[in-house]
Design a protein around this ligand. Structure first.
Ligand code: ZN
Ligand code: ZN
Length: 276
């Protein structure tokens, strides 16, 4: 699926769908959106939609064929859900490559929710595919009664300790989701994502990322003992993402929670943002 790049300003001059540009950019910022594909997924197959959620923007359409009536990019799968669910829909590419879908359907929330679960059941989607009603502050056009978002919630995915560095990196980036997209339970308890914290530790490679000292001891598995820390605290609205997570020795971790000096915060943010 091709995504059009979103300009830093004046997107309303390019995209006629945008009626409230401030709300549009609030949405873009909150969800780290970099690209858009208008008017999907009401025309693609149910299986391609699922692959886009699970594999991200690089997921390829299969069996695309101009002569065929039914294929990944030209399907009637979603016809019955167009009005109750996908009206005014768009697909969005996030900066980490993940894909999500928004729509502005008409009707009351119960009916919208029912139709979402009907679609989930009909196409056997896993329970990691979630739907949420979004705040009106993101409603960049007046159409529809509600703005909804459909997305892959990775926060319940089980951690596999045998993952390679490559897998840890890929999942940590994929899991570095907007707080809005984490399941309610996970959000409220400030549970951190195992892949994000594992990635921070592997990136630190046994050395505290503040003082540079080696980890003070090795754990039972023979791994250097470091603690992961959110530079902007979750309680202060920081995100559980690779660019906000570092690995520290216990002393420095204590120091961050006790003093949280501006210069240390700046140093650690730089470390966290320098991906690998
Ligand atoms: Zn340290
Ligand atoms: Zn901490």
């Amino acid at each position: 699926m091709k995504f059009e790049n979103i300009p830093k300003t004046h997107a309303e001059k390019i995209f006629g769908y945008i009626k409230d540009v401030d709300k549009f950019y609030s949405f873009v910022e909150e969800f780290n959106i970099v690209g858009v594909h208008w008017s999907e997924p009401s025309m693609i197959s149910a299986s391609y939609l699922l692959r886009l959620f699970e594999e991200g923007a690089s997921a390829r359409a299969r069996g695309y064929d101009k002569n065929s009536q039914e294929n990944d990019e030209n399907s009637t799968d979603m016809n019955e859900f167009y009005y109750p669910l996908f009206d005014h829909c768009a697909m969005w590419r996030q900066s980490n490559g993940s894909v999500l879908c928004t729509a502005m359907p008409y009707g009351n929330p119960e009916i919208i929710r029912d139709n979402f679960y009907k679609m989930i059941n009909k196409y056997n989607y896993p329970n990691t595919i979630k739907m949420q009603f979004l705040d009106d502050k993101f409603r960049y056009r007046p159409n529809g009664d509600h703005m909804i978002i459909i997305y892959l919630d990775t926060s319940l995915e089980e951690f596999d300790p045998n993952s390679t560095d490559e897998e840890v990196y890929r999942k940590a980036v994929q899991h570095s989701a907007s707080a809005v997209m984490r399941s309610q339970a996970v959000r409220n308890s400030f549970v951190r994502d195992r892949y994000v914290s594992e990635y921070a530790k592997r990136r630190a490679n046994g050395y505290c990322q503040l003082c540079g000292s080696p980890a003070p001891f090795f754990d039972k598995d023979g791994k250097p003992f470091l603690e992961t820390h959110h530079v902007i605290w979750l309680a202060e609205g920081g995100s559980d993402s690779v660019d906000n997570t570092v690995a520290l020795c216990p002393n420095c971790h204590r120091k961050m929670h006790y003093l949280n000096l501006d210069e240390d915060v700046r140093t650690l943010l730089k470390v966290a943002e320098s991906m690998r």
